[in-house]
Design a protein around this ligand. Structure first.
Ligand SMILES: Nc1ncnc2c1ncn2[C@@H]1O[C@H](COP(=O)(O)OP(=O)(O)OP(=O)(O)O)[C@@H](O)[C@H]1O
Length: 694
C-alpha cells in the first residue's frame, strides 16, 4: 500500500487554491492509501532534472507534483499547480539529502545553475570569508551551493538566493551571515547526524527523517485533518535564529524581538515546550500576556505542538491579570473589581470633596496615579515630590504635588475601605504577597507581546519567578506598542543584556504590504524597553503579492457598501470567511460593519464575541493584536477618526504626551495593517487620515 507525505511548504500554497481545487486535492489523495503504484496514475515528468518527479491528475487543469523515490512505497505531494506550470515546476526541481542532517531538501536547480553562470567576481570582500570550506561542509553545505555562496559579498545576494537554494542550507548561511559561530549554527540544526549514517541516494529514508518538512499521514482522516487546519501543520519548521532563541539555555532573562509576523509567538510556544519537557515540577512554566484573546489561542497551539501530556500539564497559560488575581485569592473566592465607570465616579467624588482645581480632573488624576505613582512604585509623599514625571509634560509645583498626593491617597484608601479592587491594585497586592512569601510559583515565565506590559506587571512577574537560568523569556516588539507603558527592564530588575535575539524575516505579510506599513512609522523614534532605541533594520518578507488598496468614499454609507464589495470579492476568490478580518478604530464603527455585512448576506461576527471560521471577523484595531488573516480591510481611516482627537493629549497641554499619543496611534494602525497575509485595503470617507498622507 502506498504511503503519503505532504511537503509542509505546500500547506501555505494550498490555502490560496480555489475551493473546488482544494476539495479535489483532498478527494484524490484520500484514495491514495488504497492504491498501489500502478493504480496511482503517476506520470513521470519528461526532461526533468530529477527523475523522481511525477505528476498526478487533480482536475483537467490542475496537476499535483509528487516525489516518488526509486525505492519503497512512500510518496510526497510537493505542490499543486495548473497543468503546464506543474510540469515546468517539476522539471526545474531537484530533491537531495542533506549531508549534515540527513533530511531531504529541494532546490530550483535550473535557476541555481543559471544564476551561478551569470556571476562576475567582485573585488569586495566575500560574505563568508571567515568561514572555512570544511566548516561549511560539516554544516551540510554541498559543493554546488558552496561554490555559489563563496561569490556572495552582501546579505542581499544571500536573500535573493533563498528562491532557489535548498532551505536548510540557506538557513545555515543566514545564521552565519548574521554573526552566529559555526558551533552555534551546528547546535541549532535539527538533530545533526554522523556523515557515515547518511545514504545520499536513499531519499525515502531521508523523507522519514524529515518530519519538520514532510507531514507523513497515516490515512484519509489524518489527511483531512491536515487540510482542514493547514496553518497548524505548516508552522513547525523553525529558522535557525528562531530555534536558537527557543531552545538555548540562558544564564538569566532573555528575549526575542522582531517586527510583526517574524514568529515571536511561535518561538515563545516552542520555548514553553522546551522548558516544560526539561522541567520536573508540576505547573512550573507560565506563559502569559496582556492581550485578552491570546491565552486561548496559545493554549490550543501548545496542545498541537506538545504530544507529552506530562509536559503539557507543567504549562500554565494565563492572562497576566489572571496570574495576579490567583495569587491574591489563592485560587478560591472572588474579588470585587471596579468597572471603568465606577472608577470615574470615585475620582469625581474625591475631586469634589478636596475641592481640587479643574485642571486636575478625573482623567489627569487616573493618569498620574498609573503613569507616575504605580509606574515608579512611589509609596510616600516624599518619594512623589522627588519623582520625575517622564511623558507627563505639565510641570507641577511642590504644593500641587501635595494636593494630587492627597487625592490619590483618598482614592486608594476608599478602595481599600470598600474592599474593591482595580487590576492594578490586585497586581500590587499579589507582588507584595509574593515578595513576603518564601515560595515562588513559577520556575520559568514566558511573556508574549511583552511591549504592552506595565511596570507593575513586570514587578509581579519578577516576584513570581525563581531567579536563575532560563527564568524569564520575553517576546515582543515595541513598534507594536498600543498601550501607554514605557518601561526600562533594567530598572525593574530584569537584565537581558547579551541575551537578546532579533528576528528579521516576516513569514506572514507580503513584501508589498510590509513596505507600505513600515512607511507609517518612518522617522519615529521607538524605544527598546532597555534604555535605547529599537530598529527594524534588515526586516523583510520574501513573499510577494498585490500592493495595498487605498479607497476614499464620499459618505460612510458608500464606504460600508465598498466594504461589502471588497469582502464579496475575497469570498468569491475562495477565501474562507474566517480568514477575512475587518478592523476599525472604534467599537461603534466595528458594530456598524458587522450589521452591514450581515444585512448584505455575508456571515460576520465581532471578534470580541465567539467568532467562528465561517464568519468574517470584525473588531477594533486593538482587538486585532496578535491575530492574522489572509485578507484585511481597515475601515474608517478618516481625518477625524484616525487618530481620534479623544486619544491625543493636546499639544498645548502636554507636548511630550501629545507626541507619544500620536506615535501610539501610528503603531496601532501599523499593527492592524500587518495582520494581513495576502491582501490589505484601507478606506475612509471624507478626507483621509493624516497618517495616510505620507
Ligand atoms: N519558520 C517559519 N516558517 C514558516 N512560517 C513561520 C515561521 N515562523 C513563523 N511562521 C508563521 O508566521 C506567522 C507569524 O508568526 P507569529 O504570530 O509567531 O509572529 P509574531 O512575530 O508573534 O507576530 P506579531 O508580532 O505580528 O503578533 C504565523 O502564521 C506563523 O505560523
Amino acid at each position: 500500500m502506498a504511503r503519503l507525505g505532504v511537503y509542509r511548504d505546500f500547506f501555505r500554497h494550498y490555502l490560496k487554491l480555489e475551493k473546488s481545487v482544494q476539495d479535489q486535492v483532498i478527494e484524490v489523495f484520500s484514495k491514495f492509501g488504497k492504491a498501489t503504484y500502478a493504480g496511482l496514475h503517476l506520470e513521470p515528468v519528461k526532461n526533468a532534472r530529477d527523475g523522481r518527479m511525477h505528476t498526478i491528475r487533480i482536475t483537467d487543469f490542475w496537476r499535483g507534483v509528487v516525489l516518488a523515490p526509486e525505492k519503497g512505497d512512500l510518496y510526497v505531494l510537493l505542490n499543486v499547480l495548473q497543468h503546464d506550470k506543474a510540469y515546468e515546476w517539476a522539471k526545474r526541481r531537484q530533491v537531495t539529502v542533506n549531508t549534515a542532517t540527513g533530511v531531504i531538501e529541494m532546490r530550483d536547480l535550473v535557476t541555481l545553475e543559471e544564476q551561478a553562470a551569470s556571476i562576475t567576481p567582485e573585488e569586495v570582500s566575500p560574505l563568508f570569508a571567515q568561514v572555512k570550506d570544511a566548516d561549511l561542509e560539516r554544516l551540510g553545505i554541498d559543493a554546488q551551493v558552496l561554490a555559489f555562496a563563496r561569490t556572495f559579498t552582501s546579505e542581499d545576494q544571500l536573500d535573493k538566493a533563498q528562491a532557489f537554494f535548498p532551505k536548510q542550507q540557506h538557513d545555515v548561511l543566514v545564521g552565519l551571515a548574521s554573526g552566529m559561530t559555526v558551533e552555534e549554527v551546528w547546535a541549532s540544526l535539527p538533530a545533526s547526524m554522523e556523515a557515515a549514517e547518511i545514504d545520499a541516494e536513499d531519499v525515502a529514508a531521508a523523507v522519514e527523517r524529515s518530519p519538520e518538512q514532510v507531514l507523513l499521514v497515516s490515512g484519509p482522516d489524518e489527511l483531512m485533518d491536515a487540510f482542514a487546519k493547514p496553518f497548524a501543520f505548516w508552522r513547525i519548521y523553525l529558522h535557525p535564529s528562531q530555534r536558537d532563541a527557543a531552545y538555548s539555555s540562558f544564564s538569566g532573562p532573555a528575549r526575542v524581538t522582531g517586527g510583526p509576523g517574524t514568529g515571536k509567538t511561535v518561538v515563545a510556544l516552542h520555548r514553553a515546550k522546551h522548558l516544560a519537557e526539561q522541567s520536573d515540577e508540576a505547573e512550573s512554566v507560565l506563559v502569559t500576556t496582556f492581550i485578552r484573546t491570546l491565552p486561548s489561542t496559545m493554549e490550543a497551539a501548545l496542545r498541537q505542538l506538545i504530544d507529552d501530556d506530562t509536559a503539557l500539564d507543567r504549562i500554565e497559560v494565563r492572562h497576566i491579570d489572571g496570574v495576579a488575581y490567583r495569587v491574591v485569592t489563592g485560587g478560591t473566592g472572588n474579588l470585587a473589581v471596579l468597572r471603568h465607570e465606577d472608577e470615574k465616579q470615585r475620582w469625581t467624588r474625591v475631586i469634589r470633596t478636596l475641592g481640587l482645581p479643574s485642571r486636575f480632573d478625573e482623567a489627569f488624576l487616573s493618569h498620574e496615579w498609573r503613569q507616575v505613582i504605580l509606574t515608579q512604585g512611589v509609596t510616600s509623599l516624599e518619594e512623589y515630590q522627588q519623582a520625575t514625571r517622564p511623558g507627563r509634560g505639565r510641570a507641577l509645583g511642590h504644593l500641587q504635588k501635595g494636593q494630587i498626593w492627597d487625592a490619590i491617597t483618598a482614592f486608594t484608601d476608599g478602595l481599600r475601605a470598600d474592599k474593591v479592587w482595580t487590576y492594578e491594585t490586585i497586581c500590587q497586592e499579589a507582588t507584595r504577597l509574593l515578595e513576603a512569601g518564601e515560595r515562588t510559583p513559577y520556575r520559568h515565565v514566558i511573556v508574549d507581546e511583552a511591549q504592552d506590559l506595565s511596570p507593575w506587571h513586570w514587578r509581579l512577574l519578577r516576584a513570581a519567578t525563581t531567579r536563575g537560568r532560563d527564568d524569564l523569556f520575553l517576546a515582543g516588539d515595541t513598534h507594536q506598542r498600543v498601550y501607554d507603558y514605557r518601561v526600562s527592564l533594567k530598572k525593574l530588575g530584569i537584565d537581558i543584556a547579551g541575551r537578546s535575539t532579533r528576528l528579521k524575516i516576516n513569514y506572514r505579510t507580503t513584501a508589498e504590504i510590509l513596505r507600505w506599513s513600515l512607511e507609517l512609522l518612518r522617522g519615529e523614534r521607538i524605544d527598546d524597553m532597555n534604555g535605547g532605541l529599537d530598529s527594524l533594520a534588515g526586516y523583510r518578507s520574501e513573499i510577494h503579492g498585490a500592493a495595498p488598496l487605498l479607497d476614499g468614499y464620499p459618505t460612510q454609507v458608500s464606504e460600508l457598501e465598498g466594504l461589502v464589495t471588497t469582502t464579496r470579492r475575497w469570498l468569491d476568490q475562495g477565501v474562507a470567511p474566517g480568514q477575512v478580518g475587518v478592523a476599525a478604530r472604534s467599537n461603534i464603527l466595528a458594530d456598524q460593519a458587522v450589521a452591514k455585512l450581515k444585512a448584505s448576506g455575508i456571515p460576520a461576527a465581532a471578534l470580541a464575541k465567539k467568532h467562528t471560521d465561517a464568519e468574517v471577523g470584525v473588531g477594533t484595531m486593538h482587538r486585532m493584536k496578535g491575530m492574522e488573516f489572509r485578507c484585511v480591510a481597515i475601515i474608517g481611516v478618516g481625518e477625524h477618526a484616525v487618530p481620534p482627537s479623544s486619544a491625543i493629549t493636546p499639544a498645548d497641554e502636554d507636548l511630550i504626551a501629545h507626541h507619544q499619543d500620536l506615535q501610539q496611534e501610528r503603531c496601532l494602525l501599523f499593527v492592524a495593517a500587518t495582520r494581513a497575509r495576502e491582501e490589505l485595503t484601507l478606506s475612509w470617507h471624507g478626507a483621509p487620515s493624516r497618517f495616510l498622507s505620507a
